[in-house]
Design a protein around this ligand. Structure first.
Ligand code: PEP
Length: 247
């Protein structure tokens, strides 16, 4: 049995409304039942404090955080602000932000460092494009992202890595278990090389079209310590079976 508890984190992206927070009660109930699993939901910023107020033990998180604590950064939200709103974790470096907001590895690392410094569990995302995989450079691309994006994991917050092949996000095409095993082993080796024993304790999530049907086989793969789930985290009906598969 793995020394690392499974973490199942839902990323609502730019979806959700006050009405949708009704889904949280059934998700929280499933999380309480799944005693050995950590469960989190990351709604849009606007819903964090409302979600945290009715989370019932479920961890509520953000989808991004600015690298500075405060200042002239219109439209951004900092780690201390997230904490005050009730967030216990944040995602950084999601491929949609790397593409849409042109976030570099260095920026992702600075954001992660700020979040960890403020005690947030911080999910740092990496993953190759379809073209990278087709050209046989998936491992090289992910290694470079790890070298550039991972902060020093020392701090009150926990660092978590999410491997999310871009071509599998929101497409219904999940990576094969063989591809996942190979990439998670590469990530584990990188973590141990860079952080020693501590690298063996860092959780590595898989993300990319995880659903009830493929969750159990993905969770059985070595070094898969849970999942970052997009589409299937929006309703309890789809998300609860994924939590149960990890238990
Ligand atoms: C994600 O948004 O991180 C993700 C993995 O999305 P989906 O599960 O919809 O592929």
């Amino acid at each position: 049995m793995s020394v690392r508890r499974k973490l199942i984190a839902g990323n609502w992206k730019m979806n959700g409304s006050r009405a949708q927070l009704a889904e949280l009660s059934a998700i929280a109930a499933a999380a309480r039942e799944a005693a050995g699993v950590d469960v989190a939901i990351c709604p849009p910023f606007t819903l964090i404090s409302l979600a945290a107020a009715r989370a019932g033990g479920l961890a509520i998180g953000a989808q991004d955080c600015h690298q500075s604590d405060s200042g002239a950064h219109t439209g951004n939200v900092s780690a201390p602000m997230l904490k005050e709103a009730g967030a216990r974790l944040t995602i950084v470096g999601h491929s949609e932000r790397r593409a849409d907001q042109h976030e570099s590895d260095a920026l992702v690392s600075a954001k992660a460092q700020a979040a960890i410094r403020h005690g947030l569990r911080t999910i740092v995302c990496v993953g190759e494009s379809e073209a990278d995989r087709a050209a046989g450079r998936a491992g090289k691309v992910v290694s470079a992202q790890l070298s550039g994006s991972l902060p020093d994991p020392e701090g009150d917050g926990e660092m978590v890595v999410a491997y999310e092949p871009i071509w599998a996000i929101g497409t219904g095409k999940s990576a094969t278990t063989a591809d996942v095993a190979e990439m998670h082993a590469l990530i584990r080796a990188h973590l141990i090389d860079n952080f020693g024993d501590r690298g063996g304790r860092i959780r590595i999530l898989y993300g990319g079209s995880v659903k009830a049907e493929n969750a159990a086989e993905l969770f059985a793969v070595d070094n898969v310590d849970g999942a970052l789930v997009g589409g299937a985290s929006l309703t309890a009906e789809q998300f609860v079976p994924i939590i149960q598969a990890a238990a």
